[in-house]
Design a protein around this ligand. Structure first.
Ligand SMILES: Cc1cc2nc3c(=O)[nH]c(=O)nc-3n(C[C@H](O)[C@H](O)[C@H](O)COP(=O)(O)OP(=O)(O)OC[C@H]3O[C@@H](n4cnc5c(N)ncnc54)[C@H](O)[C@@H]3O)c2cc1C
Length: 303
């Protein structure tokens, strides 16, 4: 029985585990190895790195920091969890683990466009998911937005602040734009093309949306098809989710299930590394305060 189990080892899970270890709590971190951070070619808004930093470097640095503490780390997918009188019991394919408290830092996954070599396109900056992260990098470029409904209209309007050359493309099966949406786009000087895009193709530093009417080239394409929120464990434990599937948390990052916390992208809020780190610090501090003081579960020795 650990004091705490952290599910997910992206920025939120790794930093929460550092905090908990430094609070002399026995901690296990279980991770399926699919952090969104690993997809970031270079982040320019991660604190302290004026010249930018790659997502893999961020992960390596946080993993190395956690390596200073005796935290159990398990590479596995948590298939489900049950809340019993003594705490949370988790199942993975390789076995079961239990803890008094549980932090979910399981993140989200972006829904990709139907195109080959998505990872390489992200790496080259011709495909992007997050205008908050990197719209600064596309100032005055030819920008496409690929979406299936209102989210695309919102994202195109957001990006119009950064470039005058914005075109909204629609995914197959997407919603037909309403008159009101067309008016909003036209007033902002945004083009739209409602012929469904049947292929997205990259050539070097450009990307093409191929639709019935022809092929449109852009410098970069923002995919606004949404995210899959990894909140199944929270849902199974009875925690409240919002309409998109994000886990609802209070100011301490506690859910409405006693002993269950959530931080990072999986919890409702801005999907950013700085926010994930802040949430992790708040959640870990609250978890520590909620556990009995003066009785560390298993002594944590500094390595
Ligand atoms: C292309 C791209 C560019 C971005 N650029 C920036 C940027 O410049 N600046 C910025 O601040 N943010 C950026 N982001 C967003 C940033 O990556 C996320 O906000 C951040 O990764 C959130 O961290 P997290 O710890 O919540 O989740 P993640 O980093 O996604 O980690 C979640 C972990 O939980 C694991 N997991 C999920 N379910 C389970 C389970 N059931 N059992 C075990 N493990 C599980 C996953 O495998 C994963 O390893 C970008 C994202 C993308 C995709």
């Amino acid at each position: 029985m650990y004091d705490a189990i952290v599910v997910g080892a992206g920025p939120a899970g790794l930093l929460a585990a550092v905090y908990l270890a430094r609070f002399r709590r026995s901690v296990a971190v279980i991770d399926a190895g699919q952090s969104r951070v690993a997809l970031i070619p270079r982040s320019h808004n991660y604190p302290g790195f004026g010249d930018g930093v790659s997502g893999l470097t961020v992960l390596d640095m946080l993993r190395a920091q956690l390596g200073h503490y005796a935290v159990d780390r398990l590479g596995a997918f948590v298939e489900g969890a049950e809340r019993r009188e003594d705490g949370f019991h988790l199942q993975t394919r390789t076995g079961a683990l239990a803890a008094r408290q549980l932090l979910l830092a399981t993140g989200v996954t972006d829904i990709p466009p139907a195109m080959p070599h998505v990872r390489e396109a992200l790496e080259a900056g011709v495909l992007r998911y997050c205008p908050v992260c990197d719209a600064y990098e596309v100032i005055d470029k030819a920008v496409g937005v690929y979406a299936d409904g209102e989210a695309g209209v919102g994202e195109a309007l957001y990006l119009r602040h950064f470039s005058a050359d914005i075109t909204l493309f629609m995914a197959p099966g997407g919603q037909v734009l309403t008159q009101a949406q067309r008016r909003r786009l036209a007033e902002a000087g945004i083009r739209w093309n409602e012929a469904p895009v049947h292929a997205v193709r990259r050539e070097g530093v450009r990307v093409a949306a191929v639709h019935e009417g022809g092929t449109a080239w852009c410098d970069t394409l923002y995919c606004a098809l949404g995210v899959a929120v990894h909140s199944q464990i929270a849902q199974g434990l009875g925690a409240t989710l919002d309409g998109t599937g994000y886990v609802q948390v209070d100011a301490h990052h506690a859910t409405d299930v006693p002993g269950l916390y959530a931080a990072g992208d999986v919890s409702a809020g801005l999907n950013q590394i700085a926010v994930a780190l802040g949430g992790a610090a708040i959640a870990a501090s609250a978890m520590h305060r909620a556990l009995p003081m003066g009785t560390p579960g298993t002594p944590i020795a500094s390595r």
